[in-house]
Design a protein around this ligand. Structure first.
Ligand code: PLP
Length: 373
C-alpha cells in the first residue's frame, strides 16, 4: 500500500477529533502507547504555520520553555535544553557529571542501567554504572553509604565515584519523598558526587506527593534533571534541566555531537511550551494517577490479588490469579508481565496515561470481577 496516496496534500490534523480509543481499548502496556495531547499537537502545528524562526534553539519558543521551567521550578537561573528522547536526556545529562573513569550509582532496575543499551556509558566515554539496591526501585541510602565508605578516591586502580542517578517516579511505580531525595543528596555532598534525577514520570510523582516541583528536585539537592514529557502527553520531547548552570558548560557541545541539536528546534520547544502552559503536565499526570488509583481500588480487594509495590504514580504492579489474567486478555486487554519474587505467582504491570478513560478502567474491572469506585 502506498501510504502517501492516502494523505491529502492540504491535510491538517483535526486535533479536535483526537481519539484515544473507545471503551474497549484496553491498552495498559505503557504510557507511551498513548497518542499526544490535543493542545500539544496544535502547538506543534502552529509553530510551523508561522515563520521563519531562527534555527538551533535561538528562537522565542525555546526561550519561553526555559522561562516556563524557571517559573514551574521556582528557580531563576536554571538552564534547560530540549532533546527528543529520554535516553538522550539521561545519557547527555550524566555525561556532564562524570569523567570517563567515573562511577554512576543507580538502582539495579534503573532505566539508565537496563533500558538504554549502554548509552550513558557511550556518551560519558566509558563511565561505569554501579547498581545499589533498595525497595520499590529506590536506592537504599544505607546501602549506598556502605559502598561509598570504601575509600577509593584517588586510587588509580579504581573507577572514581562521580554521580548518583535516581528515577522519579521509580521503575516500580514508587515516588521518592523530598526527605528520601535529601538523604541521597546528603551522601552526594559528603562524597563530592553530583545527583541526577531521571524524571521521565516526574509529573506523576508530583501528583502523588502533592509537593512543589522545587521541593523534590533542587531544594532536595538534585543537580540535573531529565524532565520527561513524552509519556505524559508530548509527541516526543524531553528537557535536560541544570539547576547549577556551571554544570551545563559542556552540554551544548555534547548534545550537538550526540546528534540531538535539532535545527528546527521549535519541533521540540513547541511541545514543551504547551506541556508547561497552565500546568498541563500536572493535570495530565493527575489524571493518569487517578486512573491507576481506580484500577488499584477495584482490583486489590479481589481474592489472591496482591500489589507488588505501593502504587505511588500511574503504574500498578499486581499479582493476579491466572483466570483473571486470561479473562482480561480474552477481552483484548494488553499489559506486560512483571517478575514476581514468589514462586508460582504471576504478576503484571498496568500503566495508565493522560488518555486513559474511566470507562476503560471500568471495563477492566468488570471483566476482572472487581468493583469500580
Ligand atoms: C520511558 C523512560 C525513559 C525514556 O525512554 P526513551 O524511550 O529513551 O524515551 C527514561 N527513563 C524512564 C524511567 C522511563 O520509563
Amino acid at each position: 500500500m502506498n501510504l502517501q496516496s492516502d494523505i491529502a496534500m492540504d491535510a491538517r490534523p483535526d486535533t479536535s477529533a483526537a481519539t484515544h480509543g473507545d471503551d474497549n481499548t484496553l491498552d495498559f502496556r505503557s504510557d507511551n502507547t498513548a497518542g499526544a495531547h490535543p493542545a500539544i499537537l496544535e502547538a506543534v502545528v502552529d509553530a510551523y504555520r508561522t515563520g521563519p524562526l531562527s534555527s538551533y534553539g535561538d528562537d522565542p519558543l525555546t526561550a519561553r520553555v526555559v522561562q516556563r521551567l524557571r517559573t514551574a521550578f521556582g528557580h531563576e537561573t536554571l538552564l534547560a535544553y530540549p532533546v527528543a528522547t529520554g535516553t538522550a536526556a539521561n545519557a547527555l545529562a550524566l555525561s556532564c557529571l562524570t569523567p570517563p573513569w567515573g562511577v554512576i550509582y543507580c538502582h539495579p532496575a534503573a532505566h539508565v542501567q537496563v533500558d538504554e543499551a549502554g548509552a550513558p556509558e557511550l556518551f560519558s566515554g566509558g563511565a561505569k554504572l554501579q547498581p545499589v539496591d533498595g525497595p520499590a526501585g529506590k536506592i537504599d541510602p544505607d546501602a549506598l553509604a556502605a559502598v561509598l565508605a570504601q575509600d577509593v578516591k584517588g586510587v588509580v586502580h579504581h573507577p572514581q565515584p562521580a554521580a548518583i542517578s535516581i528515577t522519579q517516579a521509580t521503575e516500580c511505580g514508587a515516588s521518592y519523598t523530598p526527605d528520601e531525595v535529601r538523604a541521597l543528596s546528603a551522601l552526594a555532598r559528603r562524597h563530592g558526587l553530583a545527583l541526577h534525577m531521571d524524571g521521565a514520570r516526574l509529573g506523576n510523582a508530583l501528583a502523588h506527593l502533592g509537593c512543589t516541583p522545587a521541593s523534590v528536585t533542587w531544594q532536595a539537592g538534585v543537580d540535573v534533571l531529565s524532565f520527561g514529557a513524552t509519556k505524559n502527553g508530548a509527541l516526543g520531547a524531553e528537557a535536560v534541566v541544570f539547576f547549577d548552570p556551571a554544570r551545563a558548560a559542556e552540554f551544548e557541545f555534547r548534545r550537538k555531537r550526540g546528534g540531538h541539536l535539532f535545527s528546527k528546534m521549535r519541533l521540540l520547544s513547541a511541545q514543551l511550551d504547551a506541556y508547561l502552559e497552565n500546568d498541563l503536565w500536572l493535570a495530565n499526570a493527575r489524571h493518569a494517577n487517578d486512573m491507576a488509583a481506580r484500577l488499584e481500588a477495584g482490583l486489590s480487594p479481589l481474592n489472591s490479588v496482591r500489589l507488588l509495590y505501593p502504587r505511588q504514580a500511574n503504574e500498578l504492579f499486581v499479582a493476579l490469579p491466572d483466570a483473571i489474567a486470561e479473562r482480561l486478555r480474552a477481552a483484548g486487554a494488553k499489559f506486560y508481565p512483571w517478575p514476581s519474587d514468589r514462586p508460582g505467582e504471576h504478576a503484571w504491570r498496568f500503566v495508565t496515561s493522560f488518555a486513559t478513560t474511566p470507562a476503560q478502567v471500568a471495563r477492566v474491572l468488570a471483566v476482572a470481577g472487581g468493583r469500580d469506585a
